[in-house]
Unconditional design. Structure first.
Length: 159
């Protein structure tokens, strides 16, 4: 399986010091060049910029697709490239992204996807972290997750 990530999850995981969850859960993660560029941008969190300046072995940075899907025209370059890359590998891909418009496009394309909350929930199920404590740290960074979604995950974790 090819796991393709957009910038949002990388940024949030960097801010709370949990980028190591990605190789533990997925082995290798692929990002297009546009996502690498966003991760190294001056406006990105310093932890993310430091991390992407010397990427780990499990992170594979690939060229952007020659042409992004028309469905992604309303999205930023990193998100569009990540969705297109996942689409090109759709039979065997998982897309990590969080922005609402991007998730809607991915869903309309039938792509298998997860987001930051899904990653944290999976790690909590494996008892690698405390869900509520990690969620609290995430919220302190300004990352917004809708309360009904949080409650649905809590119910799944604590039936």
């Amino acid at each position: 399986m090819i796991v393709v990530s957009d910038n949002s999850a990388l940024s949030a995981l960097a801010e709370i010091g949990l980028l190591d969850l990605l190789p533990r859960l997925f082995g290798q993660v692929v990002i297009p060049e546009a996502v690498r560029s966003e991760s190294g941008h001056a406006g990105a969190p310093q932890r993310l910029r430091d991390w992407i300046a010397a990427p780990p072995e499990w992170l594979h940075i690939v060229p952007d697709p020659d042409h992004n899907l028309l469905e992604t025209l309303c999205l930023g370059p990193g998100e569009a490239a990540a969705i297109t890359l996942a689409w090109e590998n759709r039979r065997d891909s998982l897309l990590i992204l969080d922005e609402k418009r991007g998730r809607q496009v991915a869903e309309a394309l039938g792509l298998q996807k997860t987001g930051l909350l899904g990653i944290i929930a999976e790690a909590a199920e494996r008892r690698w972290l405390d869900f509520d404590e990690t969620l609290g740290r995430l919220v302190q960074t300004g990352f917004h997750i809708r309360e009904p979604l949080i409650e649905a995950v809590r119910k799944r974790l604590h039936p």
